[in-house]
Design a protein around this ligand. Structure first.
Ligand code: NAD
Length: 353
C-alpha cells in the first residue's frame, strides 16, 4: 500500500526524534512491502522564523491532503515572548482545529522494567494500562468570547467554556469503542457539581452508557480523578474528558510511565488524516545533544500505522520491538541510561529486522 505522510519535525528535539521514527517506518515499509511518501514541512518556531507564521496556509493544506501527519514538538525560549503576535502553540492549536482532530488518545502503560523510574511506589503501578481520550477541539481553549477588555474601570480577562452535544457525543462514542477492545470500562471525568457544560457532558455519557450496556461506565469528578490517578491508577481503563481537564490529567498520567520521552499520542478526526506526536515538548534543555528518548515518537508512528492505515500487525511489531528494547535494559538518559537517540532507535530497528 502507498501512504502519504507529512512530517512536521518542529523545534528543539522534534527533528531528532522524528528522524528516528522515520527510520523505523522505512524498515516497516520494506519488511511489509508498503511505500511511505514523506514530505517534510516547517511548523512552530522554525516556521515563524522562515514564514512569519507558526503554521503557513500551504503547510496546513499539505497536512490536510496527507494520509497522516507526524509531528515532533514545537516551541522554545526564543519564541516565548507572551506579547508576540504569533507563538508556536498557536500553530499547534490551528493545526488541530484545521485537521478537525477532535479526540486525543494517550495510552499510558507502566512497563515493569521501568517501574523504578516512576516516582510512585512499585505496588501502585502494577497492571497500570490506561488510555486517556481528551476532547481536543472544543471547550475553554476555543470558546468565544475570549480576550481582554476594561469593564467598569477594571481590567478583565475572559475565556469561554462551551460544548455542543455533538462534540461530546463523538468523543464519548470513540471512548466506548476503544473500551470494547480493552477491559470494558469507561471513566467519564467532569465537574458536574459546578459546571453546566459538565452536566451536559454527564447527560450524554449516561445516554451512550445505556446504548453500550456491555461497558461499565463510571462518572468521576476531575478533582477526584486527579487524586485517583496517583493513589489507584490501575483502577482506570479508558478515561474520557473535556479539553482542559484532559490537558492536565494526561500530563499527570504521563508521570506514571517514568518519563515524558516514552509516551505517544494520536489525534483523530472523523474522516481526515490523523495527527501523531509524542506527548513531550521540544525539551530545549537537551536539544541538539542527541540524547532525547525517541520512543514516544516511535510509538506515535505505531499508532499511525494502527489508527490511520489499519496496519495492526505492523503496529504491533513496532510496539513489541519497543517492549523488548525496554525489557533488555536499553536506556536513554531520561530513563537512567547512556544510549543516544540514534542508538536507542537502532535497538528498535535491530529487533524489527
Ligand atoms: P518538555 O516536555 O519539552 O520537557 C520537560 C522535561 O522533560 C525536560 O527536562 C526535558 O529534557 C524532558 N524531556 C522531554 N522530552 C524528552 C525526551 N524525548 N527525552 C528525554 N527527555 C525529555 O516540556 P517543557 O520544558 O515544559 O517545554 C519546553 C517547550 O516545549 C516549551 O516551549 C513548551 O511550550 C513546548 N511544548 C510543546 C509541546 C508540543 O509541541 N506538543 C508540548 C509541551 C510543551
Amino acid at each position: 500500500m502507498d501512504y502519504k505522510i507529512t512530517l512536521l519535525p518542529g523545534d528543539g528535539i522534534g527533528p531528532e526524534v522524528v528522524g528516528e521514527a522515520v527510520r523505523v517506518l522505512e524498515v516497516i515499509a520494506s519488511k511489509y512491502h508498503h511505500t511511505f511518501h514523506f514530505a517534510e514541512r516547517l511548523m512552530g518556531g522554525c516556521s515563524i522564523d522562515t514564514f512569519g507564521s507558526s503554521l503557513a496556509d500551504e503547510t496546513l493544506a499539505d497536512c490536510k491532503s496527507a494520509d497522516a501527519v507526524l509531528l515532533g514538538a514545537v516551541g522554545g525560549p526564543k519564541w516565548d515572548d507572551p506579547s508576540a503576535k504569533d507563538r508556536p502553540e498557536r500553530g499547534l492549536l490551528a493545526l488541530r482545529k484545521g485537521l478537525g482532530v477532535f479526540a486525543n488518545l494517550r495510552p499510558v502503560k507502566a512497563h515493569p522494567a521501568l517501574i523504578d523510574s516512576s516516582p510512585l511506589r512499585p505496588e501502585k503501578l502494577k497492571d497500570v494500562d490506561i488510555i486517556v481520550v481528551r476532547e481536543l477541539t472544543g471547550g475553554l481553549y476555543f470558546g468565544w468570547p475570549k480576550g481582554r477588555d476594561v469593564k467598569d474601570g477594571r481590567e478583565r480577562a475572559v475565556d469561554t467554556l462551551e460544548y455542543y452535544d455533538y462534540e461530546i457525543r463523538r468523543v464519548m462514542e470513540l471512548a466506548f469503542k476503544l473500551a470494547k477492545g480493552r477491559k470494558k470500562k469507561v471513566t467519564s471525568v467532569d465537574k458536574a457539581n459546578v459546571l453546566e457544560s459538565s452536566r451536559l457532558w454527564r447527560q450524554i455519557a449516561t445516554q451512550i452508557g445505556k446504548e453500550n450496556s456491555d461497558i461499565q461506565l463510571e462518572h468521576v469528578l476531575v478533582d477526584t480523578a486527579s487524586m485517583k490517578l496517583v493513589t489507584a491508577p490501575a483502577s482506570f481503563d479508558v478515561i474520557v474528558t473535556e479539553n482542559m481537564f484532559g490537558d492536565i490529567l494526561t500530563d499527570e498520567a504521563s508521570v506514571l510511565a517514568g518519563s515524558m520521552g516514552m509516551l505517544p499520542s494520536a489525534s483523530l478526526s472523523e474522516s481526515g488524516p490523523g495527527l501523531y506526536e509524542p506527548t513531550h515538548g521540544s525539551a530545549p534543555d537537551i536539544a541538539g545533544k542527541g540524547i532525547a528518548n525517541p520512543i514516544g515518537t516511535i510509538l506515535s508512528s505505531a499508532m499511525m500505522l494502527r489508527h490511520s492505515f489499519e496496519l495492526d500487525n505492523e503496529a504491533a511489531s513496532v510496539e513489541n520491538a519497543v517492549d523488548e528494547v525496554i525489557t533488555d535494559g536499553c536506556r536513554t538518559a531520561d530513563i537512567g541510561g547512556k544510549l543516544t537517540t540514534r542508538q536507542m532507535a537502532d535497538e528498535v530497528i535491530e529487533r524489527l529486522q
